[in-house]
Design a protein around this ligand. Sequence first.
Ligand SMILES: [Zn+2]
Length: 474
Amino acid sequence: MTYKIIKNGCIVTPTHQYNADILIKGEKIKAIGDNLERNRPGVEMVDATGLYVLPGAVDEHTHMSMPSPGTHSMPWETETVAAAVGGTTTIVDFAIQEKGQTLLEAIHTWQTKAHNNTAIDYSLHVAITDLNDAVIDEIPLAVKKGVSTFKLFMAYKDDKMVDDATLYRVLKKSKEVGGLVMVHAENGDVISVLQNEYMESGKTEPIYHAVTRPIEIEAEATRRAIALAKITEAPIFVVHVSGEESAEEIRKARLNGQAVYGETCPHYLFLDESYLQLPDFEGAKYVCSPPLRDKYHQETLWKAINAGTLQAIGTDHCSFNYHEQKYRGINDFTKIPNGGNGIENWVQMLYSFGVKKGKISFEQLVELISANPAKFMGLYPQKGTITIGSDADIVLFDPDIKQTIKAETQLQASDYNFYEGFDIEGSPRHVFLRGELIVKDRKYIGNLQQGRFIKAEPYGAAYDSITTDDRGVI
Ligand SMILES: [Zn+2]
């Protein structure tokens, strides 16, 4: 068993910062304190003088290897390396059920893609797109496999969208077994009508992607999902909240004592609708759903974070190429694949333009990107915290590094970067994954066999009551 000591750093937790050393034994944090090298001659020392010591970020919202036309622009092997260098040590990716597939097949497909092909640890959600009685019966099995979060799309009609009956049934069943339902809340039926109206009148440019998905479309679906969660008494997690009206629905429900939680993404905090109006089809780079909003909403999201209405930040990393894939929508905004990137730079962006601008504290940042996501996704305290017994997933963060973000120099596979030209200050310098140094001086030095599947625990005591002996994962 190897021992390492991280010395002289300042540890940042969700509640405070303090100077202490960390003893790592094998993959775990064994002790936190002073003079830990006493009686341990020859132990490997890592000097963290002048650096902050953070738990590795847990990005609970990624889409690796999403099936897409053309070149694979988001393969596990590049995107998880980009994630590691950016300070993320665990992702929770979405296994998507294809029509006619079982949930376990979808999970297996995703595990196969990731197996021996990921620089960092991962866990999975499963997105239910095709519900029947057999799929309902699989929900407890998925939980036993370590997949306890279920995603439902209320948007993308004729593709991944589910109806309200499906949402109701999945909420009810997952509640029985300690699962958590996550919703993409947008009214897909009405979006589809609006899209047709605009296309028929010759309005084909990227900006109409935002025009046909006004905030009311999102707020209405958020309200509806929350109402169904209330009837079933199930908790619900609303992903990528993009503006004031949706956050307000969550705030009201929480005030009434309902277990409703919300996530937003860095792009809603740092980018706005004007990017969709960039000339020469550049706007297509910024097509994602829900769409980027008017600048006003950025301030309302920071307020919602500070009020505790939104408790987590995830990237929604779904990184298409501009030239090959986004260009499919050159004459029709509805054909532009939805998604952007962020996993390489999100920690830097949130530190530079969140913490350093006084929008949130450093402690809050750790809570929003590590502790809370790990808790929601059933990974805490193995992940998301610097605590004795936790995995030694540790980022040594250098507040003095300066960099201009450029697609040219990025590790992400895509041909553009959401945050092109942003000047950041502060960056991860070294990263440990379960005790192994995988990023040294901002260079990835690990290998793709190191990342592991991490089983998520369901909430409550429900787990013990699930009766199946099927526990195998690859
Ligand atoms: Zn997503």
